[in-house]
Design a binder for this molecule. Sequence first.
Ligand code: GDP
Length: 436
Amino acid sequence: LTDKLEAIFKKLKGKGILKEEDVDAALKEIRIALLEADVNFKVVKAFIERVRQKAVGKEILESLSPAQQVIKIVYEELCELLGGSTSKIKLSPNPPTIIMMVGLHGSGKTTTSAKLARLFKKQGRRPMLVAADLQRPAAIEQLVTLGKQIDVPVFHSYEIKDPRELCKDALKKAVIDRADPVIVDTAGRMHVDEELMRELQDVKNVLNPHEILFVADAMTGQDAVNIAKSFHEKIGIDGVILTKMDGDARGGAALSIKEVTGKPIKLIGTGEKIDAIDEFHPDRVANRILGMGDVLSLIEQAQKAYDMKEAEKLKAKIEKEEFTFDDLKDQIRKMRKMGPIENILSMLPGANKFLKNIKIDEKEFVKVEAIINSMTFEERKNPKIINASRRIRIAKGSGTTVTDVNRLIKQFHEMKKMMKQLKHGKGFKLPKIFPF
Ligand code: GDP
């Protein structure tokens, strides 16, 4: 999906002005890309419609190109589709919080129950696991083993055959032991069937859970979505944990579940190990899907920190070859307002690849500012007058060395040379995001 969307946006970016046909063509391709990623077709239809309406009705943001605007809308809608903001597990103000885990066999329900218990333990709580999947003795054993691994008590019995009875006992024990939260692993089946739903309903009535979490295997794509829907209709769920997100799932389940069930994905399983569980962040996932790093937050930050009118002024200065040290200082200030330089660079598409081995030293920018501050008004405007004795004075004043001062002056001259070449070359166009 990421590759497909990247290609679609690349095509859009090649165009200066977007006509309605361009947007339509892009939407058509996005539609196919989503369907190919196994996203539910109704979800795709509604999604495309929302993007189209926003794209048509949107007032033009001066600082964004038309292509960037479409990307921004797609991004915002993807975030919404994935649930908007991160949804946490609700904890009851009157402990113990009771969490009922439901799902089919093999979805990862038992493993995920233990993963959750471990998370709560790490937060300093006293979780208790309950082995209420009495269909398979192996399930009880599995949970007991996992409980030992993470040092969390597992309430279980090989004699009790009625899960309702077991759950009642478990709740009593939890109160006595002041356990909180209580995480109940319930029975699963290969398929959704009436008997299972009846059993889960009975267990729900006994537990009166604060949260019912549906565990779904992301690898099963559309099936996971349909099963989530059945569970929600029959039992009512509060959220979803999508497991096996480390596999090569096509992403369709993640993109459809919220829209189909109305319930958010709260956590994701990312491996077989007990610590392989993460919060689900819709914005980060949307970013990853778009495959452009955090390019959109970059655009937003750039918008805030950078006024286009100023950019025009700067452009004029560069064209008239009047760019001074004061302008350089100003530009550095503006860039730094956007956040640490490394963060900014890492947000650029593909930047991570070549940034891996480069360490950017924020202190360098502080140094540059200090050096410029130590220059006189005249020196900033006309660096040619900065001779050897002036360099020594500037180094002393800024707490740097003459070598630092020399380097900056050299870089400044090189930059001006580059600006000149740009101007006399193919015509000079100021980059939208970066002032230089
Ligand atoms: P249950 O039948 O629903 O209780 O499922 P289990 O907890 O027994 O898990 C079924 C299989 O899926 C086991 O082999 C787990 O190790 C594996 N599993 C569970 N969660 C994940 C996950 O997030 N990633 C991967 N790769 N495997 C998982």
